[in-house]
Write a protein that binds this ligand. Structure first.
Ligand code: TXA
Ligand code: MG
Length: 321
């Protein structure tokens, strides 16, 4: 069921209070929500997504002061980060409060918390009067949805409803920062960069290329469309364009040269933005559209390698598998 308009938040809150899972919009991607104090509802999330049990969930809270309900030994850094980035696309990992149900933390001693910024999300939290857990609203390993239709394409028949809040503003999952170590450590790259975090904290933030923490987004093959994704340099892409105009292949191009070549050779292509933020907003949407149009291959012109592009390049690497 697709919920839209004035009463959508009320209806979503009613379904959540009755123990159902409901997909709801956030500024990053759509989340599949369940009431955070309802272990049976939480179990339904794992079932609907086909998500392995050992991947813990993010608790979405209404405001920073609710951190005290979920975490203990909260470091001073939290206040600085919350003032600068909440509500917004930053998830913080803290030592969990002893009362946190194991259905959320899945055996870990930590808890991931985020205050999202989407107004509809807040309307639902207000109506429900409780925090919600919400992983991205996609079947396990698939692309995170950025529209209500994409949620339905992946989960129809497996969830009670989706609230249609239009296209997600950011289009990539939140940055996850672990505050339980000696130095803050980025577990998942996202819309908020290491540089922004370091500026706010006035200290070094670690950003390992690989780590062993159980983050689903930490698996090499993740966030995948059905079509095969290949990321290629402009030069490699150009030589492929010269020899093939297979209608089941689409090229995602952003440089002027690649756009020109695609037009000259008559290959199917989609123009991608030139700045990292807008590119991030379009990425999952473009991959989902390519899938919808029955492509076998998605050839992606490799974006720049600068720091700004880390989250985009990270997701592309995982989409390639
Ligand atoms: O932008 C987002 O963060 C979206 C929206 C819906 O808020 N949510 C999202 O949730 O991406 P999910 O579950 O798809 O990804 C969260 C990741 C998972 O890989 C999970 O394993 C990890 O966060 N995670 C959750 N709790 C954790 C913890 N205590 N320590 C380390 N990683 C944790
Ligand atoms: Mg996810």
């Amino acid at each position: 069921m697709m919920l839209k308009g004035e009463y959508a938040a009320k209806e979503a809150a009613r379904l959540l209070s009755e123990g159902h899972c409901v997909a709801i919009p956030t500024e990053t991607v759509y989340g599949l929500a369940a009431k955070a104090t309802d272990p049976q509802a939480i179990a339904k999330i794992y079932e609907a997504k086909g998500r392995p049990r050992n991947h813990p969930l993010i608790v979405h809270i209404a405001e920073a002061k609710d951190v005290a309900l979920w975490a203990r030994d909260v470091p001073e850094d939290l206040q600085k980060l919350a003032s600068s980035f909440w509500p917004g696309p930053l998830t913080l990992v803290l030592k969990k409060a002893l009362t946190v149900p194991d259905e959320i933390s899945q055996g870990q001693d930590t808890i991931a918390l985020r205050v999202p910024s989407h107004p509809t999300f807040h309307a639902i939290l207000r109506e429900l009067g409780s925090a919600v857990v919400a992983p991205s609203a996609n079947p396990h390993k698939r692309l995170s949805p950025v529209t209500a239709e994409q949620v339905m394409d992946g989960l129809e028949g497996r969830i009670a409803a989706v609230v249609d809040g239009g296209r997600c503003e950011l289009g990539l999952e939140s940055t996850i920062l672990d505050l339980t170590r000696d130095l803050p450590c980025i577990l998942r790259k996202g819309p908020i960069s290491r540089i922004e975090l370091e500026r706010t904290l006035g200290k070094k933030v670690v950003q390992p290329t690989q780590h062993s923490v159980r983050v689903a987004g930490n698996m090499k093959a993740h966030y995948q469309p059905k079509a095969k994704v290949r990321v290629l340099s402009y030069v490699a892409l150009k030589s492929l364009m010269e020899v093939s105009d297979d209608p089941k292949t689409i090229c995602l191009v952003y440089s002027d040269e690649a756009i020109r070549q695609a037009a000259i050779f008559g290959v199917r292509h989609q123009l991608m933005p030139k700045d990292a933020r807008s590119y991030g907003r379009e990425l999952y949407h473009s991959l989902a559209m390519a899938d919808k149009s029955d492509c076998d291959y998605i050839l992606v012109e490799a974006p720049p390698q600068d720091e700004d592009w880390l989250a985009v390049n990270d997701r592309l690497l995982r989409a390639e598998g």
